[in-house]
Design a protein around this ligand. Structure first.
Ligand code: HAM
Length: 418
């Protein structure tokens, strides 16, 4: 007997319905907004993430699954999709098309974090990346797509959009100095992680979840008050367009996010229903990243939604996804041909149609139909064949009717809609 690796899990059974619903919803929304799918590799060279996400981030310092393959190359299971997609954008020279490129991706990501509610070592993200525009309307539209997905999943009422501006290479360095000197005065009140971050990644101290750090930074200088005029205007416009799109937001000047590539807009959808892992998804603008990874100086913005977390919330809210109606067809050796025709007819109408492979006695087949979760059983025995009818049994109410063969679909519809 083998057991799963810690932090990894099997997903099956009823839960799959929620995953499918989420997948259908984001696919539809991304299509509507003209995003193309990008299928990314699961393995990349370690260096890509070090350079892309940042050497001093938790992801790179502590959380990546890294190994040497048999050829001695240092590889990592991807902890996120942005660095990979930027690599793909540069490597495939997509930028030579000179257009705005809008991509989405979906699949497993891997981080060796401490497992807890909503936090796994293999988790799934549905994300987007938009390359080629620094206009604030793009930021707002990108955020709107995420909002639409979460609303369509039925969790709109338990999420809050938090936004912030993280400045740019023009205004951030001077702010960073100010922050470091403030944090140095609070050293004794900060947790050991934050003492480490203080010099290396001081902005991260602002969104440390440890209580004493939270109170230590309550009077810290904030990036939003130190933006250069371009960043200030950009942020103002993003907020204006969000309002225009009816997307409500909360400004959280302490939200920094855990990846180093962000500039200007950063955003996160949070919920109180997931304990400490309260981010359902997040993202932001990363105008220097394509250049940092060896490409041209092209701006970008994107986000990723944590699928596991969305599904957990949908399940907790008891948002039951529709099931395709399942129908059991009961037939016998003498009505074999009619039975298969009937199965094909039902499947052509998108019903899930099943039958007993063993083709046992009526009693046996009926018992199996009842246990299968079918909504209806349609019976075609020799009597029915001769009379040109089917018997239709409602497996919820127990009612049984006889219908003319040509009227079957009509009658099934009537019963199901009741
Ligand atoms: P992130 O905030 O690290 O951003 O992850 C996005 C979402 O993935 C989180 O909000 C959360 O819902 C989910 N997530 C992260 N870690 C875990 C975990 N261990 N278990 C379950 N769910 C998790 C990024 O990854 C960026 N690449 C997003 C982005 C795209 N920014 C720009 N473009």
């Amino acid at each position: 007997m083998f057991s799963k690796v810690k932090g990894f899990r099997d997903i099956y059974g009823d839960e799959i319905r929620y995953w499918k619903k989420f997948e259908d919803i984001f696919t539809e929304v991304f299509n509507k907004y003209d995003y193309q799918e990008f299928k990314l590799p699961i393995l990349e060279k370690v260096e890509l993430f070090k350079r892309g996400i940042g050497d001093t981030t938790d992801i790179v310092e502590k959380e990546m699954f890294v190994f040497k393959d048999r050829g001695g190359e240092k590889l990592a299971l991807r902890p996120e999709g942005t660095a990979s997609l930027v690599r793909g954008y540069i490597e495939n020279k997509i930028y030579t098309q000179g257009l705005i490129s809008k991509y989405y991706y979906y699949g497993p990501m891997f981080r060796r974090e401490r497992p807890q509610k909503g936090r796994f070592r293999q988790f799934y993200q549905a994300g987007v990346e938009v390359f080629g525009s620094n206009l604030p309307i793009v930021d707002a539209e990108v955020i709107k797509t995420m909002y639409e997905i979460l609303i369509s999943c039925g969790i709109g009422d338990i999420i809050t959009l938090n936004i912030n501006s993280l400045g740019c290479p023009i205004c951030r360095p001077a702010y960073k100095d100010k922050l470091i000197s403030f944090l140095s005065s609070q050293k004794d009140h900060l947790c050991s992680d934050c003492n480490n971050r203080l010099e290396k990644n001081p902005l991260r101290v602002l969104d440390c979840k440890v209580d004493r750090c939270k109170s230590a930074v309550s009077n810290a200088p904030l990036m939003v008050d130190h933006l250069c005029s371009d960043c200030n205007e950009h942020f103002k416009q993003v907020k204006k367009f969000l309002l225009h799109f009816n997307v409500n937001y909360n400004i959280n000047p302490y939200m920094v996010r855990g990846l180093d590539y962000y500039v200007r807009t950063a955003f996160e959808f949070n919920t109180e229903f997931l304990g400490a892992s309260n981010a359902v998804g997040g993202g932001g603008r990363y105008d220097g990243l394509i250049k940092t990874l060896g490409g041209p100086d092209i701006p970008g913005i994107g986000y990723a939604i944590g699928a596991d977390r969305v599904v957990t919330l949908m399940m907790e809210k008891n948002i039951i996804p529709d099931l395709p109606t399942k129908i059991s067809v009961i037939f016998f050796n003498e009505t074999f041909e009619e039975g298969f025709k009937l199965l094909d007819l039902l499947r052509s109408q998108s019903y899930t149609a099943i039958y007993d492979y063993e083709m046992g006695s009526f009693k046996n087949q009926f018992k199996k139909a009842d246990r299968s979760g079918s909504r209806l059983a349609v019976i075609i025995g020799t009597d029915e064949k001769e009379k040109g009818v089917y018997k239709v049994k409602d497996l919820i109410t127990g009612n049984q009717i006889e219908v003319e063969q040509t009227k079957l679909l009509e009658e099934i519809n009537k019963i199901i809609r009741k």
